[in-house]
Write a new protein. Structure first.
Length: 226
């Protein structure tokens, strides 16, 4: 039977994994927000192109201006592609549709997975920039709006999963603290299995009586370790 200190050490190893995932999710969320910002920039360019085409001079009188806007739009898509294809954070690139798996037990039976979405222009099926007519500019704007919707969805997924893991982190930290305090409370001459088991039972009851809200069944698994 492992001691309370050993249980705390085992739990700390799992907590380290959770904290690594939290860092990956937080960075990925910022990257998604940057991607959405680039898409909004591209959307603004399509609006300027539309307004330019609607002037009395039309396309023939604004070719240079429209060519400039088309170049800027292409540059925005290239910027998006470079962002999405940056080296993966924590070995996982959620912006390329990869998945991040967090284990909640040493056996890997209790896991939580965050599945990303591919935000690259190719995956989002952007059409080649062409600002020669209102219809084609509108096509570009539709591409941008659809991409923003997908980016917003990914941001929501990441933010939601990040909150869950942060709740898990707080719960685990509280449990480790309780275990450590419990280990210190056992007299040095009574460190046998029976004393440890009795205190573990008391700790389990204490944790069960707290107001901590478990975010998932994986946290119920944590209590069963005592």
């Amino acid at each position: 039977m492992t001691s309370l200190n050993e249980k705390a050490q085992d739990l700390q190893k799992l907590l380290d994994t959770v904290e690594k995932s939290i860092s990956t999710l937080a960075t990925s969320r910022d990257q998604v927000q940057n991607a959405i910002g680039i898409l909004e920039e591209a959307g603004g360019i399509t609006i300027r192109a539309r307004d330019t085409l609607k002037t009395s001079a039309g396309y023939d009188g604004n070719k240079d201006r429209l060519a400039e806007l088309e170049t800027r739009y292409s540059a925005a898509l290239e910027k998006l592609d470079a962002l999405v294809n940056n080296p993966a954070t924590g070995g996982v690139n959620l912006l390329k549709g990869e998945s991040l798996t967090t284990s909640f037990d040493s056996a890997g039976k209790s896991q939580f997975t965050t599945t990303g979405l591919d935000l690259s222009p190719e995956a989002l099926e952007f059409r080649n920039p062409d600002f020669s007519s209102l219809e084609k500019v509108q096509d570009a704007r539709i591409d941008v709006m659809n991409a923003i919707d997908i980016g917003t969805t990914l941001r929501h997924i990441i933010s939601s999963d990040l909150m869950l893991l942060q709740t898990r982190q707080e719960f685990s930290q509280s449990t480790i603290s309780t275990l450590s305090e419990g280990a210190e409370a056992i007299p040095v001459g009574n460190l046998g299995d029976e004393a440890a088991n009795l205190l573990a039972l008391q700790i389990r009851q204490q944790l069960s009586d707290t107001d901590v809200q478990l975010a998932a069944e994986s946290q119920q698994h944590l209590l069963k370790q005592f």
